[in-house]
Design a protein around this ligand. Sequence first.
Ligand code: C2E
Ligand code: CA
Ligand code: CA
Ligand code: CA
Length: 275
Amino acid sequence: VKNGNKNNYIYYHPEMKTAMTRKVEIESILRNALKENGFKLVYQPQVDLTTGEVIGFEALLRLKDYQIGPDRFIPIAEETGLIIEIGRWVAQETISQIVFWRKKGFKEKTVAINFSSKQLRDKSYIKYLLQLLSDNNLDSRYLEIEITESILLENDKETIAFLNELKEEGFSIALDDFGTGYSSLNYLTYMPVDKIKLDKSINDRFVNSNNIKIMESLILLAHSLNLKITAEGIEEWDKFLILKKWGCDFIQGYVFSKPLSSEAIEGIYNQDLIK
Ligand code: C2E
Ligand code: CA
Ligand code: CA
Ligand code: CA
């Protein structure tokens, strides 16, 4: 693994280290990344199944100098509390990117950012977002906030108030990783969300002709609650066709595009990914 500093290599042998040492090491990588501009965002297109248009992107966090993915470092960021500062960096970087694309005259599109339930500890997060937006003269409709079911497990007044405040301020809210937890259906009736994102595991299990009924019901249910539905992790063309036929609204998956650098996004920003 290459270190952030030039000419400085740390040889990283995962099998030789205990989980604890690795955790401490990743924690220090994260602290450095916050100080030394070591993070970047990649953006994955979301495609409207009826028009073929790229309607927006999900911003996904990466470490510039390490092959350590967010599935690995986000839990450590959460445990150590670093997620608070990282979450603010993600919001700030996303907003500068949107402003940059706008200045280039690109069409308005939404960018979704991930919000960890641990960020609920960031009491002034919404204020921070609103300040960033007003500093940049940007409307809140450009931002979508992705939350996971775990936030809903903390089904207290404060969490609901937080989500309602986001909605009132004009942010849209997507329920991420839908179908990976339990009693999800119940949440849908009282949570103020706009969209659900069907997790890859659900799509892998149900998007084939044998399980057409389950998938169809999920889509009908979402629509009957006035929710939009995004299928995530779609890799194959035939799955895309099935989802389109069943009335799924959006797809985010390798079938159209992997997450791309902001520069690469510019090449497809105004294209329709399905003709
Ligand atoms: P997620 O929010 O469920 O993001 C979707 C993940 O699925 C991304 O992985 C994306 O690259 C991957 N993916 C999308 N389409 C496909 C596909 O067709 N096939 C396959 N195999 N994978 C696909 P990534 O970028 O590694 O992120 C992993 C997780 O890390 C995210 O899952 C999210 O929970 C977390 N994460 C990433 N960035 C952030 C962030 O800025 N803040 C927070 N709190 N969490 C983040
Ligand atoms: Ca997400
Ligand atoms: Ca997801
Ligand atoms: Ca996930």
